[in-house]
Design a protein around this ligand. Structure first.
Ligand code: SF4
Ligand code: SF4
Length: 301
């Protein structure tokens, strides 16, 4: 992309929640394009970017942070995240909870970020942003990068120049981008399908939320009879998913694409519908018996 810079529209920035007044360089950069920026503990603005924040969390961010803190994904979500609606149609997302004062990040200390080695994707990218770009005369989407220059950030005046590729490498972003990719595709697809897929039921959004963000509960879910009655996973794949959180996360995206969009990559049992029907009948019969027993007990009193 370095041979063809693409100007961005104000809408592109606003859709990312970036104040266009503070963005000085509305030009896409490719991997080999250079920009000047350096951030270090001695800089006068140290920690300023961790105040007044709105940090969106990806599922992989949640996994890394909850492991850093030694807690479950359920505990992390309850204590360190807020819900927000991603698409205006009930799709849930998470962002990082802040302290009351100045909306500072919960993990901010005088020495810097308390979870630095596992900081979220958005923190790693700053002061770069990224967007999918469709080049002229090509329907192929590429990732384009741009510099986000906000008034409080003095890192842009430091005498260090690097390429986008070097910056991404230094920030450990290859791994994060790889782990975020499937989820980003899922959200984009859900957003573009909008209400045409129908308003999601509360139950389907609970399932989505669990599979996307609450990995420890999702792991328990795929061990359950409810999952095993329907899906036919080979034993070695089960083993891999249970022993490796990255594999579990990638599997959760496949699961959601199958449940939401019918992209069938997980084999289903041929008798799944019969088994579910049978179990539903058993549950209803049990419920009816309980009601009958209750009514009989009242009559005898
Ligand atoms: S997670 Fe760390 S780097 Fe990100 S906003 Fe919080 S303190 Fe700053
Ligand atoms: S240079 Fe920018 S990114 Fe670094 S601490 Fe200052 S405000 Fe934050």
């Amino acid at each position: 992309m370095s041979d063809e810079k693409v100007s961005m529209r104000p809408d592109d920035f606003e859709s990312l929640g970036i104040n266009t007044d503070s963005v000085m360089v509305p030009v896409y950069l490719g991997q080999n394009d250079k920009f000047k920026f350096n951030c270090h503990p001695g800089i006068s603005c140290f920690n300023e970017c961790c105040k007044n924040i709105d940090i969106v969390l990806t599922p992989y961010d949640v996994v890394r942070l909850k492991n850093n803190l030694g807690i479950s994904s359920t505990e992390f979500i309850a204590n360190f995240a807020n819900f927000y609606e991603v698409d205006g149609h009930g799709l849930p997302g998470l962002n990082l909870k802040t302290k009351e004062d100045m909306k500072a990040c919960e993990f901010l200390t005088a020495e810097g970020c308390a979870v630095y080695v596992d900081r979220p994707t958005a923190c790693r990218y700053y002061a770069l942003g990224n967007l999918a770009v469709h080049k002229k005369d090509s329907g192929v989407a590429e990732t384009g990068y741009f510099v986000v220059q906000e008034d409080h950030c003095k890192g842009h005046f430091e005498d260090k120049e690097q390429t986008v590729a070097e910056y991404r490498h230094d920030q450990g972003l290859q791994e994060y981008d790889e782990m975020n990719l499937g989820f980003q595709e899922l959200v984009l697809k859900k957003k573009s399908s909008g209400p045409t897929v129908g308003a999601p039921s509360a139950r389907s959004m609970q399932l989505y939320f669990m599979a996307a963000y609450d990995m420890d509960r999702f792991r328990e879910f795929i061990k359950s009879d409810g999952f095993k009655d329907v899906f036919d996973l080979p034993a070695d794949e089960f083993e891999k998913i249970f022993s490796n959180e990255k594999a579990l996360l990638k599997f959760s995206t496949r699961f959601l694409k199958q449940v939401l969009f019918g992209e069938n990559t997980i084999a289903q049992k041929e008798d799944a519908a019969d088994v579910r029907m049978q179990k539903r009948k058993q549950r209803m019969a049990k419920k009816q018996k309980e009601l009958n027993d209750e009514a009989a007990g009242k009559d005898s009193n």
